[in-house]
Ligand binder design. Structure first.
Ligand SMILES: Nc1ncnc2c1ncn2[C@@H]1O[C@H](COP(=O)(O)OP(=O)(O)OP(=O)(O)O)[C@@H](O)[C@H]1O
Length: 516
């Protein structure tokens, strides 16, 4: 009985154990079944994706095949066009040659037209205006171009940002653009140097916004010399030709008009001795002279270039937002050429005035402060005075306000005077400067209307000698008057009542009127 009970218990225990094992196995079986389900779902998903990709590839392949067919048709069409173009080109060959010939003839004709036009303007005494559009500089990178040369005589200023504003056209005696070299520019000015040696007064001045290229045009750089150094070489070329039967003397002087003060750039400063006072005067012919200036006689282009370099080094320049090397003064270089004919003893005296004006600037744009602000204000004031003189001359006003500023006094024989005058109007091509460019061009267009009374400065040797004596005596008298206060009478007025020939600031209505 006991044995039976023990066997039953053992059997029960192994049954319980078997049951536990069975439960565990069922759980594992369930787990495996779930994993299998997940794996089957993933496989199905991949199969669907693969089928989709295959379909897409099939569609792309079909499209590519269609594209290939299309491109093949186009290539064969293009081959047909190319063949026809080649045939047309062969047919056009003789016409192209003719067109090139016409273009060349047109260019030659334009050069001649410009030359004859300039000679005619010269004879009429008209002030000539050459416009020069400089290439865009690094500062303007990314800005659009709004100033274009149209042909040898015309240009346009087109503000495409303002669709309502039509392009403005300007006509001048020559237009130079970003492709024009310093050589091209000088080729159109060369004859003026000859005129100076011939005994005429000649003025070339550059006007324009700050950074527009005035100094580049007038002086240039070592690698790309501008008009002044080229004129120095040309002058001695011409003098060399004259020297066969004439005695020639070349004398130069250089000043800057800095903040309304005339500064001699060639004078050697002596310690403790103030530099001589410079005065702007006019001789009997109306030629402007700067009295008290240091004049240097030069005998070769090298000596002349050395004098130029000395003066340029002493000029006031500064860096502004608009130009890294901005000229802060008006630079005036004067070369006088005295030619005495060995046979006739006739003396002719020509004066070449080369003037690099300081640039007009918007004070907000150039962001100058302190001393530079004072410089800019003074520059703008002088250019306004110059504008007033131009305005008065073009309106043929009775009174021309030359005496309102030293700059206008200095240029009084060049504007409405006895000189052959050439004005450069320099401009930037960039959109950012269109407003300033437009006003500089309008300023220059007005100047183009001015007529000078050009005549040769020629005297017999005796008259020339006497004029020099008078000049020396006048200077001595002025000196004596300066030393003894106002005790001595003024020249030409025994009573000593005449106004001294000093510039008057601010355009006083009371000032002495000058003949237009
Ligand atoms: N035709 C040109 N070709 C190449 N570079 C030019 C030309 N004109 C001007 N530049 C360059 O543009 C910059 C400004 O020119 P420049 O100093 O002559 O201007 P500016 O009118 O004399 O200015 P500012 O009135 O401030 O003295 C310079 O770096 C100059 O080298």
């Amino acid at each position: 009985m006991q044995r039976q009970a023990r066997e039953r218990e053992e059997t029960w225990n192994s049954l319980t154990e078997l049951r536990a094992q069975h439960t565990k196995l069922r759980e594992e079986c369930n787990k495996l079944a779930q994993e299998r389900q997940r794996a089957e779902a993933a496989v199905r998903e991949r199969e669907v994706a693969w089928e989709g990709a295959t379909k897409e590839q099939e569609l792309t392949a079909e499209k590519l095949e269609l594209d290939i067919v299309d491109l093949t048709t186009k290539v064969s069409d293009l081959n047909g066009v190319k063949e026809r173009a080649e045939v047309a080109e062969r047919l056009l060959e003789p016409y192209k040659k003719k067109t090139d010939e016409f273009a060349e003839a047109f260019a030659k004709e334009q050069v001649l037209r410009k030359r004859y036009h300039n000679q005619m303007q010269d004879m009429k005494g008209a002030i000539r205006v050459f416009a020069r559009i400089r290439p865009q500089v690094a500062r303007e990178a990314g800005d659009k171009v709004g100033v274009r040369k149209l042909d040898a005589f015309s240009m346009e200023v087109d503000d495409k940002r303002d669709v309502k504003q039509p392009a403005k056209n300007f006509n001048f005696d020559a237009i130079f653009d970003e492709h024009s070299t310093q050589e091209d520019v000088f080729a159109d000015c060369r004859a003026l140097v000859g005129s100076c040696v011939d005994g005429f007064n000649v003025t070339v001045f550059a006007y324009g916004q700050t950074g527009a290229g005035k100094t580049h045009t007038m002086y240039g750089s070592k690698d790309s010399p501008g008009l002044v150094p080229r004129a120095a070489d040309e002058l001695f070329e011409v003098v060399g030709r004259y020297s066969i039967d004439c005695q020639c003397r070349v004398i130069c002087a250089m000043f800057e008009l800095y903040r309304d003060e005339l500064v001699d750039l060639l004078v050697t400063k002596t310690k403790g001795k103030p530099p001589p006072v410079l005065e702007v005067k006019k001789d009997s012919r109306g030629t402007v002279k700067v009295e008290g200036a240091c004049e240097i006689e030069v005998h070769s282009p090298e000596e002349l270039l050395k004098a130029i370099a000395v003066g340029q080094d002493r000029r006031h320049v500064a860096s502004t937002k608009m130009n890294a090397d901005s000229s802060r003064s008006h630079l005036i270089f004067i070369v006088t050429v005295e030619v005495t004919n060995n046979k006739t003893k006739q003396v002719s005296t020509g004066k070449l005035t080369l003037c690099d004006l300081a640039g007009s600037e918007r004070l907000k744009k150039s962001e100058v402060t302190g001393e530079q602000l004072k410089e800019a204000t003074s520059i703008n004031k002088s250019l306004t005075a110059l504008g007033d003189v131009i305005e008065a001359l073009t309106k043929q006003a009775k009174h021309i306000p030359y005496r309102n500023h030293r700059l206008t006094q200095l240029l009084s024989d060049s504007l409405g005077g006895n000189a052959k005058t050439l004005m450069f109007v320099n401009c930037s091509p960039a959109f950012g400067n269109l407003e300033e460019t437009g006003s500089a061009l309008s300023y220059a267009a007005r100047a183009k209307l001015i007529m000078n009374k050009v005549e040769k400065n020629s005297d017999s040797q005796e008259v020339a000698r006497l004029k020099k004596v008078i000049q020396v005596m006048s200077n001595e008298l002025e000196q004596a008057r300066a030393n003894s206060g106002s005790a001595l009478p003024q020249l030409g007025d025994p009573e000593g009542n005449e106004e001294p020939d000093e510039p008057e600031e601010g355009g006083d209505e009371e000032e002495e009127e000058e003949d237009s």
